[in-house]
Each structure stands twice: as structure tokens, then as C-alpha cells.
Design a protein. Structure first.
Length: 94
């Protein structure tokens, strides 16, 4: 993950990847981050304070959620919401 395990404050318990949009190798409209903790996936579309999600991004988020997954649209002001979801997954409350 880029940080030596001995320098981490807590033991890593999951996996994440940052998807880079554009190009011909990434499906259009996929959320920016894929996070997997305890076998549960969280898909996150990150936006700047003034960012506007595309219709395709909104459709994909809706489709993931309607399929029983967890997808979030996160602006800087919503970061605590993402933290809460992750904490619930870690403590098996999600």
C-alpha cells in the first residue's frame, strides 16, 4: 500500500484500488475507487466541491446499489459519510 507495515497505526484489513478514467482500458463511468474490506465491496465516486457526476456515473452508482452493492458519491463535505460506511463494514454492522 506504499506504507511499510511497521509504520502503520493499525493493521491493514482490506484492499483498495484507484481507477484512472479515460483511455481505452477502463470502462467509462466506473467509480474512482474500489475498496474491499472483509469481502464487502465499496465503490466510491470522488468529486471536487464543484464537481458534477455524469449521467453514466449516476446510473452506475444506482445499478450497483440496486444490485445489493454499496456505491457512494463523495464530495469533500461527505468524507465523514465514507468513514462511517467503512467503520460499519469493519465492525460487521453493515
Amino acid at each position: 500500500m506504499g506504507t511499510p507495515t511497521q509504520a502503520m497505526k493499525v493493521k491493514p484489513i482490506g484492499y483498495y484500488e484507484k481507477r484512472w478514467g479515460g483511455g481505452k482500458f477502463v470502462k467509462a463511468g466506473l467509480p474512482d475507487m474500489h475498496i474491499c474490506i472483509k469481502g464487502k465491496s465499496i465503490e466510491v465516486e470522488l468529486k471536487a466541491s464543484n464537481g458534477i457526476p455524469s449521467d453514466l456515473q449516476l446510473r452506475n452508482i444506482k445499478q450497483i446499489n440496486e444490485s445489493g452493492g454499496c456505491a457512494l458519491l463523495v464530495y469533500p463535505k461527505d468524507f465523514e459519510k465514507l468513514q462511517e460506511v467503512i467503520e460499519k463494514v469493519v465492525t460487521d454492522e453493515y
